[in-house]
Each structure stands twice: as structure tokens, then as C-alpha cells.
Design a protein around this ligand. Structure first.
Ligand code: CO
Length: 494
């Protein structure tokens, strides 16, 4: 209550109450052509935007402690190229979703702190976690896959979004295996005669961590797989690639399993970040033959997401979003009552890694609080110039994300498109124009929650003139709760 009063009194660009509404569950599944459109949809924009995120913020009436524990719901926005756009959303019918729905009650504990009702006794030694398939959605090897980093992917029908079931990637994974929700798409792999390839990793955490790298060809077949053991517990949500390396940043965290095992806390609440300790940068050659893995140390703060990485001679550049501290999940505190002013902003840093001298130089590229970095997919793992992020309305401090920023790394020039005071943004997805000659020629697609109307919009921004009026705003008939990650494919499945 204190926060609410403070925010309104200080005349912030957002309303906490309206921001909170974006965390209401969306239990309905829709299927319709969008007819409420402002502006003009570019004809060349043809394909499907898939997005994933928690669709339910409660399970059978029990509210979640953290939105990351919410059941995955996929949105598919199909651009037919003739001005027509179709919307569909469906929950991933995971084993847990189906079981809890049938039982009419919460059966599983959440990784980020959601406990079953009944106190610690009912959660004691319950390590049976639910694969919620809520973090990312990719289309690769003719398969649409919903990803969650602690378990196997779920495969869906790209046309209907019906759940087909757990997918073991043609036998690459075994039951109980996991694969990260943040694969990198190499648009032109040096190791495969310039063919595109998908690189992903899995982590088996423990006192030491086993990292496995997987690379898949366009048809979904496995090209390379190799495993490496590194000392210490790992919390690695994302990674980066260059032409020849995978880069994984092992945050300086420790894990105390006891409160989790005793049913007092969720696993995510048992991770502690040590700001005084250095992170370990794990550099794994993608072609696991000529060189061995390298581990270097530096202070990075806490990192969830990387922007990109690339090689230049003997040097590797890694751009990441860094926090001075990991916002700890506060027991007995509602995530919707978070004190934004008390949170450290995510800021973009560049790490220049010298493989010869084993030295890492770093510099801050942008101090403005941001997340959900996205770049032109043709530049992943390569030298690049432009990056897009979700950011706050003001240039400093911290707040809900209400704006999209484009940053030109060669000139430092920025363009910001703010949806304040009523709009709250999700990840900006960059789609290059067909036959583009410049890296920033394309569109930025962003789902924006409209706090005044309690519904969501799909907004198409001109990426060359991001700060100008949107090219088109597509009004959905309902809201979609704040999502996590998504991807674009030029295929239309309708
Ligand atoms: Co992520």
C-alpha cells in the first residue's frame, strides 16, 4: 500500500495498479482475424510471430508467488501479407497443466517460490517440479517447440497450437534431460559451409556443473554434441555464440538446497548472488577438436541475457545486460508490490576478451535500465551495429518497461519509442525486410499491454525510424499477460 501511494504522489510515468493488471491470468483461448487495426500493415511483412509466457498467474485459485512459475501459453500472430492478420493463443498441455486442471487443485511446487497450500509439511521433500514450457518458442527443423530450461521441449502443431507432446529432438534427449530456453540461431555457420545452424546447451547443476553443447542442422539433425564439466553450481539462463565459440557466463551464485527440500522456499529463492565474487566466463570451442575449453574470470554483476558476441582477430566481444545485484525473490512479498526504485537496473556492458593474454576489458555501453535484447537475426554471432531492448520511459532509475530503445553501437545514437503512461511492453522482435541492404532495415514487433483498456496490442514499428509513429497498431480483443520470449518465422501456417 505504501508503494502505491508513493508512486502516485511522485507523478511517475506509470500507474502501479494498471501495470499490475497486466499480470491477470488469461484463461481463454482465442482464434480470430484481427479487425481493429490502426495504420497500415506492411505488405512485405509475411510470416508468423510466436510468443510464449505465463498465461495463468494462479493454479486452480492458488496465486503464484512468481510469474515465472506460470503455465506456458503460446500466442501465434500470422501476417498473411494482404493486410490480414490472424491471432491464436493456446496453453501448452503439459503433463502438469493437464493433471492440475483435472484435479482442480495445485499439485506441484513452483521453482520460483510458489508453494502448494498446506504449509511446509505439504511441500517437505517434494522435488517433483512441473515442466511449464513457458519461456521461449522456436520453429526449427519443421518443429514448433515450447522451451523451459529445466526440462524437455514440448512440441506443438504450428497451425493449431495443439500440444503434440514432449519432444526428444529425434532421440538426442532422454527422458529427464533438459535443454535451455535460449538457443542461438547461427545464420551462416563457418563450421557448416555457411549453412544456418541452431546452437543450444544444457546444464546439469550440482557441486560441479555439466555443460553440454548441441548444434542442429536446418532439418533438425544433430551436427555436433560435446560435454564439459566446470567446477561449482551454475545458474546460466542464456549464452552467446561467435563463429567458433560458445560463451557461457557462470554467475557468482551459490545454492543452498535445504530450504527448498524442507518445503520452506522455492529453488529459485535458494540461489544467492555474491556481488564481491568474480563470474566465470566459460569459452567452449564449437568445433570440439583443436582447442580445449577455457575459463576466465571477471566482475560482471549478475547476467540473465546476452545481446550478442563476435570475434575480431584474437579477441572476442561479448555484450551483456548486467545487474549489480540479483533481485532476490522476497519470501512473503507479492511480486506485484516490488519496489522499482530499490531494484538495480539492467545495464549493457561490453566485455572485450583477449584470448592470447587472457585479459578481459569491460566498458558500460548504456546505463538505462533495459532487458529483452534483440538484434537482426542475420548478425547473431557476427559483428553488428544495432540492438533493440525493452526499456523504461525515463532515461534513469527503474520502473516497469514502457518503451523500446534502438541503440546504434557505432555512433551511440539512440531512438526511443515510449508507450507511457498507459502502455507496458514486452520483448521487441526485429524482423529484417526482405532484400534489406542495411542492418536496421526492418520492423520491430512488440506486444504492448494497454493498462487503460485492459487489452493488448501488437505494434509494428519502423526500425529505421523507431521513435516515429507506429506503422500499425493491431488491437486484440483481450489482454495477454506479460510474456517472456518469442521468435519470428517467415512461414505462415494458416
Ligand atoms: Co530469457
Amino acid at each position: 500500500m505504501t508503494n502505491l501511494i508513493t508512486n502516485q504522489a511522485e507523478n511517475k510515468p506509470y500507474s502501479r495498479q494498471k501495470w499490475q493488471q497486466g499480470y491477470q491470468s488469461q484463461p481463454n483461448e482465442y482464434d480470430y482475424f484481427i479487425d481493429d487495426i490502426e495504420g497500415k500493415i506492411p505488405e512485405q511483412l509475411q510470416g508468423t510471430l510466436f510468443r510464449n509466457g505465463p498465461g495463468l498467474l494462479e493454479v486452480q485459485g492458488t496465486p503464484l508467488k512468481h510469474p515465472f512459475d506460470g503455465d506456458g501459453m503460446i500466442s501465434a500472430i500470422s501476417f498473411l501479407g494482404n493486410g490480414k492478420v490472424h491471432f491464436r493463443n493456446r496453453f501448452v498441455r503439459t503433463e502438469g497443466y493437464v493433471k492440475e486442471k483435472a484435479a482442480g487443485e495445485m499439485i506441484y511446487r513452483g521453482v520460483f517460490g510458489t508453494q502448494k497450500p498446506g504449509g511446509w509439511l505439504n511441500n517437505f521433500l517434494d522435488i517433483n517440479i512441473k515442466n511449464i514450457a513457458n519461456t521461449n518458442i522456436i520453429y526449427w527443423g519443421k518443429k514448433l517447440l515450447a522451451l523451459w530450461e529445466a526440462a524437455e521441449p514440448y512440441r506443438l502443431d504450428p497451425k493449431t497450437l495443439e500440444t503434440i507432446g514432449i519432444d526428444y529432438l529425434d532421440g538426442v534427449l532422454k527422458p529427464g534431460d533438459s535443454i535451455s530456453a535460449h538457443p542461438c540461431f547461427d545464420p551462416a555457420s563457418d563450421l557448416d559451409n555457411g549453412q544456418p545452424c541452431l546452437v543450444n546447451y544444457s546444464i546439469k547443476p550440482g557441486l560441479s556443473s555439466k555443460i553440454t553443447i548441441y548444434e542442429f542442422a536446418l532439418d533438425g539433425s544433430l551436427l555436433r554434441r560435446h560435454s564439459h564439466v566446470v567446477p561449482g553450481f551454475s545458474f546460466i539462463h542464456d549464452f552467446a555464440i561467435t563463429s567458433h565459440y560458445c560463451l557461457l557466463l557462470q554467475n557468482a551464485v551459490s545454492f543452498n538446497p535445504f530450504p527448498f527440500l524442507f518445503g520452506l522456499k522455492g529453488a529459485g529463492e535458494c540461489v544467492s548472488f555474491h556481488a564481491d565474487k568474480q563470474s566465470k566466463l566459460i569459452i567452449i570451442p564449437r568445433n570440439n577438436t583443436d582447442e580445449s575449453m577455457k575459463i576466465m574470470q571477471t566482475n560482471t554483476g549478475f547476467v540473465f541475457h546476452h545481446v550478442n558476441a563476435f570475434e575480431e582477430g584474437e579477441k572476442i566481444y561479448l555484450d551483456s545486460i548486467c545487474y549489480d545485484s540479483l533481485p532476490q525473490v522476497q519470501p512473503n512479498k507479492d511480486y506485484k508490490e516490488v519496489d522499482f526504485d530499490g531494484l538495480d537496473p539492467g545495464q549493457i556492458w561490453r566485455f572485450k576478451i583477449d584470448l592470447k593474454s587472457n585479459n578481459i576489458d569491460k566498458e558500460m555501453i548504456d546505463s538505462r535500465s533495459c532487458e529483452f535484447p534483440y538484434i537482426n537475426p542475420n548478425n547473431v554471432g557476427k559483428k553488428y551495429r544495432y540492438l533493440f531492448t525493452s526499456t523504461i520511459h525515463d532515461s534513469h532509475g527503474n520502473a516497469p518497461f514502457q518503451a523500446i530503445q534502438k541503440l546504434d553501437l557505432s555512433t551511440g545514437k539512440k531512438q526511443v519509442h515510449s508507450f507511457a503512461p498507459t502502455g507496458y511492453v514486452s520483448e521487441p522482435i526485429f524482423v529484417p525486410k526482405p532484400n534489406a541492404t542495411q542492418e536496421d532495415q526492418g520492423w520491430v514487433l512488440v506486444m504492448v499491454y494497454d493498462g487503460n483498456k485492459h487489452r493488448s496490442d501488437i505494434v509494428i514499428l519502423d526500425s529505421e525510424n523507431l521513435d516515429k509513429k507506429p506503422l500499425a497498431t493491431l488491437h486484440l480483443k483481450h489482454h495477454i499477460p506479460y510474456g517472456l520470449h518469442g521468435n519470428w518465422t517467415s512461414e505462415v501456417f494458416l
